[in-house]
Ligand binder design. Sequence first.
Ligand SMILES: [Mn+2]
Length: 254
Amino acid sequence: MRVHVVSDVHGRADALARAGDGADALICLGDLVLFIDYDDNSGGIFGEIFGADNAIKLIELRSERRFDEAREFSRGLWAEIGDRQSVIEAAVRRQYAELFTAMPTPAYVTYGNVDIPPLWPDYLHDGIRVLDGETVTLGDRSFGFVGGGLQTPMRTPYEISDEDYAAKVAAVGAVDVLCCHIPPDIPELLYDVVARRMERGSSAVLDAIRDTQPDVALFGHVHQPLASRTRIGRTECINVGHFRGTGTPYALIW
Ligand SMILES: [Mn+2]
């Protein structure tokens, strides 16, 4: 079996269309939407609406951890637009339409913290299966999926409480391959060396890895991690990479 794994697609429909080439299946660990483009500040939903200068300002406030000011700044911009909710939803829907059309099948997909789960059913098609707190068997191996992120001052769209997240980890139980959007709570996996900040990882995932020792734990979320892999007991823990940046899937072969 050869399964290709991507995460943090953030709008890369072109590369996503090729991500399943040569593989038996594709796994996607979420973050399909591009809200802020850190490479091209005029891109992404925020940059397209408010321009590069405002995107740069928002990124700066956030990286200086001035989250209240960042929210205030963002609120002020949106106040001039009017119906923030419907403007964002329309832009996200355009991205989902393109990305789910490009997605190769069969695909097993979970949510990232910047995804909007209630919109997904409108774009799914045959061969795409969404799993969140659920398992599936591929070949002779069991795969568990836990989507979304934990609560942060960034207030991204799909952040859930530690309790709800832990319940999904528990629902998955012991599997051969544990697939999450966010990493286990290990500092070197969580520090982003470009953004220069710690992202949030999951202590429930860390505990589950220690307790159940899957062969592999796969995740994304941290785009430029200090360490992209580590070992917890017999479990190989792997950040599959920032697909928007690399355009290349991680290959799991057995
Ligand atoms: Mn991401």
